[in-house]
Design a protein around this ligand. Sequence first.
Ligand code: SAH
Length: 356
Amino acid sequence: MLNKIDYSKKQIIDMLSLKNSDELNDLYEKAYQIKLDNIGGLVYFRGIIELGNVCEKDCYYCGIRKSNNKVNRFVFDKETIIECAKWCYTQNYGSIVLQSGESKDKNYVNYITELLKEIKKIGNGELGITLSLGEQDEDTYKAWYNAGAHRYLLRVETTNNSLFRSLHPKSHSLEERIKCLDILGKLGYQVGTGVMIGFPGQTVEDLANDIIFFKEKDIDMIGMGPYVRHSDTPFGQYLDNSDEVKKERLELGLKMIAVARIVLQDVNIATSTALQALHPLGRERGLKAGANIIMPVITPKIHRKDYMLYEDKPCMEDDAEDSKINIIKMVENIGEKVVLGKWGDSKHFSIRKNIK
Ligand code: SAH
């Protein structure tokens, strides 16, 4: 196909470095065209249920890190989560994402397995399930896969080891996260990863390396978004958070979506909530830059404010802005269509499966 070229690192850096607005628009248009050619002007839903914020990790940037003792910790009970999943099913969302803080506790792991089995019973297994529950042992990933999950999102946050070190305490390891991605792929999951964009110290060369990593690892799905400050974190306390900086991060977030689309072509790319935290139209701009997945927040309102990974997280109080009808309208406004009732699997995954 015409656009299927192997881009060099230099070309990727050049695209990510564009500043001039005409050139940027050309970049977004090119990415958008590649999306149309590969997967069409179609958007798929993933209703995201943030089911708990108990976390064993202590990432320096994240609002629900273990050491943040201002956080009111919660885990939703089974009935509540099943109700959310049923709601997504009746609304024809097609797929859900279960996300939470990270815990390897045996009871928690078993709880998730049981939940998955219950969710799979809804509508005869018609809901697609993506998990975003952090690093786990191979046995756990296998149990969850056997219980019905088929996609897994685990961001590496950055592929530069020294930056990874600056974002995390010593006990956290980039190598371990990459190993988890390999295991997930081996077990048959559609594998998603991504990075945080625009945090201090990160360069466009780092971001170019991240995209090359996605390609080399044959990643099926990309979930990435700009870094957004949380002031109750070590990282959030001393960083410049001016409007200017936020604007730059938003633009870099959009450029990363566009360049990922141009380089990777047929993967699923989510337009992240963090984009919307930086700009009210952030998510639709993400779709225009080449993303094709949107994740409406389904988390019951009672604990949304307890799942503040970063400040200014949208959709906290009323769900109007995230309602099905509003998102469909927003998507139609940009000339695209929401596909309801379908899993919306990664095309890259189907191709990879057929080849191997
Ligand atoms: N515990 C799971 C998922 C929870 S957090 C895991 O470890 O995979 C999901 C993502 O939120 C993280 O991967 C991180 O990239 C993002 N995130 C956390 N804090 C953030 C911040 N301050 N700004 C932007 N994104 C953030």
